[in-house]
Design a protein around this ligand. Sequence first.
Ligand SMILES: Nc1ncnc2c1ncn2[C@@H]1O[C@H](COP(=O)(O)OP(=O)(O)OP(=O)(O)O)[C@@H](O)[C@H]1O
Length: 260
Amino acid sequence: MATATDDSENGPRVVLSARGLRKDFAGFTAVNNVDLDVHHGKIHALIGPNGAGKTTVFNLLTKFLAPTGGRIELLGRDITRTSAARVARMGLVRSFQISAIFPHLSVLDNVRVALQRPGGLATQFWRSLGALDRLTPRAMELLASVGLDGDAERLAGDLSYGRKRVLEIATTLALDPKVLLLDEPMAGMGHEDVGTVSDIIRAVARDRAVLMVEHNLTVVADLCDWITVLQHGEVLAAGDYGTVSRDERVKVAYMGTEQA
Ligand SMILES: Nc1ncnc2c1ncn2[C@@H]1O[C@H](COP(=O)(O)OP(=O)(O)OP(=O)(O)O)[C@@H](O)[C@H]1O
């Protein structure tokens, strides 16, 4: 397999890779022989019809599920049997790990709490909000980077749905992930918020890798450098949007149904 430490002369570095990934649930094979390379500085989409195996692949990569077979490497290290908490500390962060924002805390305090939890899976809560004061400058920097600095003092629960999702991304970025996994980041958003979140994801991907499950093909076409199409748990096609959208098998299996 392409090792994650290689700095290929032909392209950006692979930071997360899977080879022959497989997951059986009580005799049913949900994911079969999946190969995937996620590159630094790139946005990679995982698409496919309902039940294709996207969530299961996410759960395997983040170690929420143990693979039945195959191998996963993060930053050149075999993480096939590594715990979820450890891979999070190594820099593989999934948005929902800390995406449950605290609605009764301010926007600023949500980010300060996240900054206090390296790895995102720490079990301890904060000691006192006062002790978080030293984290304010970094928290404000993060909020500014996603355009939420003007909302810093508002209660998180009072934000619009789209802005709550943006806050979730900011709390995820507080962990300084090397690889960011986003599960349908645009789900339920209006057109205006989709544009904002797309800009944020693009900015975020400049110095890290992003892997996202996304049903909105307009977003995928606009945002993603590489697309892996899953069907029945297997990779049906992979390539840039132009390549996969011209693939007849993809049209039939995915786009034909989704865009009908
Ligand atoms: N814990 C489980 N036990 C048994 N079967 C499961 C389990 N989790 C997922 N599956 C099955 O594995 C297949 C893939 O499911 P998965 O949720 O990964 O698909 P998906 O592509 O994320 O679908 P969706 O777009 O609907 O979220 C489905 O047939 C599903 O029913």
